[in-house]
Write a protein that binds this ligand. Structure first.
Ligand code: B12
Ligand code: SF4
Length: 199
């Protein structure tokens, strides 16, 4: 069993031209992108302390060949408007034999679209990263890990690794204090992702 691992976290590009990219507000304030990748830095906090983690946000900085060579494993994923770039990152990893783990809301909603990744981690990572890490340490290089719906006690989710962020790149940095929603707005898939009971 080896306990060292170099994890490259890559936050995929959002589609261009979305209102939510707030390009003009970013230009005014000198920020590179509105919001920080809270999901990935939460996952980073769930990894063993002795693993090294680098974060590259493709919306704010370039992914270098050196970062890519450095990594033993790539972790990526995000929401629907990041799907194209997530699939591009998975293809890059596959082409250079870099094991790639995909997680987050879009793969959780549509896992069949990410069949090319080595690992899929579906749902809330707090419940399932332990199983993934144990499998990785046993030498597994493929697998799907599905968290049970709505089980995470939000008070026990770890403090995200805010230290991985370059804070001056963002307009704002969120914190998460609840999950789940009792409503059913027809355009929204939050109850499929996090369940009906607010936690
Ligand atoms: C904050 C937020 C925003 C903010 C900031 C976005 C940002 N860049 O961070 C703003 C307001 C800008 C925004 C906009 C939009 N959003 Co939004 N947003 C959210 C919200 C409320 C919280 C996201 C968050 O930070 N959560 C906290 C973190 C800790 O949770 P998480 O990301 O889910 O991560 C957990 C797991 O998913 C997993 N995980 C995440 N990533 C990874 C990666 C790996 C490798 C692994 C193993 C695990 C893993 O582990 C984490 C811990 O359990 C979610 C709803 C929600 N409550 O989750 C919607 C949500 C992500 N947004 C959504 C959508 C659709 C949009 C918009 C397209 C809306 C629109 N029509 O314009 C836009 C697009 C933005 C753009 N730039 O184009 C959808 C995505 C649906 C999907 N299935 O992909 C969601 C789920 C809401 C919904 N159900 O409709 N959004
Ligand atoms: S169902 Fe979705 S959009 Fe509607 S209130 Fe809940 S989280 Fe918001």
């Amino acid at each position: 069993m080896t306990d060292s691992c170099k994890v490259l976290m890559i936050f995929p590009l959002f589609n261009a031209g979305s209102f939510w990219n707030y390009k003009e507000a970013c230009d005014l304030t000198g920020a590179r992108y509105p919001a920080a990748p809270l999901g990935l830095i939460t996952v980073a906090a769930l990894l063993p302390k002795e693993w090294d983690v680098r974060l590259v946000n493709r919306n704010t900085e370039d992914l270098s060949d050196e970062d890519f060579r450095w990594a033993d494993m790539v972790m990526t994923g995000g929401m629907l408007p990041q799907r194209n770039d997530t699939q591009h990152i998975i293809d890059l990893c596959r082409a250079s034999n870099k094991p790639v783990v995909v997680g987050g809301p879009d793969v959780t909603s549509s896992p069949a679209l990410y069949g090319n990744a080595n690992f899929q981690v579906l749902g809330e990572a707090e419940e399932i990263m332990g199983d993934f890490i144990a499998a990785w340490r046993r030498g597994a290089r493929e697998g799907t890990f599905q968290a049970p719906m709505g089980k995470t006690d939000v008070t026990k989710s770890p403090l995200p690794r805010f230290d991985l962020l370059k804070l001056d790149q963002y307009l704002h940095v969120g914190v998460q204090f609840s999950r789940g929603c009792p409503f059913s707005c027809e355009f929204c898939d939050i109850i499929e992702l996090y369940g009906r009971v607010p936690r």
